[in-house]
Design a protein around this ligand. Sequence first.
Ligand code: GLU
Length: 312
Amino acid sequence: MARVCGRFAPTPSGAMHLGNAFSALLAWLDVRHAGGRLILRIEDLDAERCPVKNAEQLMADLRWLGLDWDEGGLTDVYRQSKRSEYYQAAFDELAARGLLYPCFCSRAERLAANAPHREDGAVVYDGRCRALSAVQIAERQASGIRPAWRVIVPDLDVAVQDGNLGEYRENLSSDCGDFIIRRADGVFAYQLAVVADDAAMGVTHVVRGRDLLPSAARQSWLHETLGYKPPQFYHVPLLLAADGKRLAKRDRALSLRELAQKHRPEEIIGLLAWWAGLLAEPAPVSPGELTAEFDWRRVSQHDIWAVLPENW
Ligand code: GLU
């Protein structure tokens, strides 16, 4: 069997919060338990929203927590904003097979498309631009509208065997619809970039928040379509703030920087491991002390109220 290769792939659009640290810890434990290698990939496709100083801070935070990596970081090879040639190659491959079409819909038109909303609120695109003739496409282009590019998905049920959450199924055409591969501003879309990168970097395990579970169906299908083997996915619970919404940058009290003022890294790792279901109580621990016993069967499948212990 191929050696396990995992990755932590943060988007450095802001400071790290406990939810990011939670996913990072589980990605780290998954790889270290298996004796594999871990990649840190900087997902700064939206380069303007992701200044280098955020990525630097993020790396410092991970190191402070004791979560190291074997490859990656801020070298060009591991920064999505510097990897367009890989995404272009995957894009060209899909285009050569007639699987792409330009989409001129505005955001408002897309939202008004008379297709159902998915449970997670995403809109299923009704495919209206797929039917444009060559003349209609030329007219729109001549009027200066820059298109996004969508991939034509088949009417196919995709089943993903998630290593933490079990089976996830989705019909690509009715639950997802033709999805965007390249945005109208020319930036390659997350789905394409992640698949091209995971394949090029030899990633075998993808550990990340369960908000991305629906993407796993799209990504598995893209992997197969491009001739790659899909990775094993492990989606982990989300940490919820007091208002029931997932933890985000607005929850300052639970930002890593804030907690680091008063707590040692081992205390924070212990708290995260307790929330994950790996410890019976939030006792201080280093990541390495959790490695030997790590087992996905002990990891929670349910979202977690991120309530700090009383003595914190
Ligand atoms: N960059 C994404 C994020 O920070 C994660 C992508 C992935 O793990 O596939 O939410």
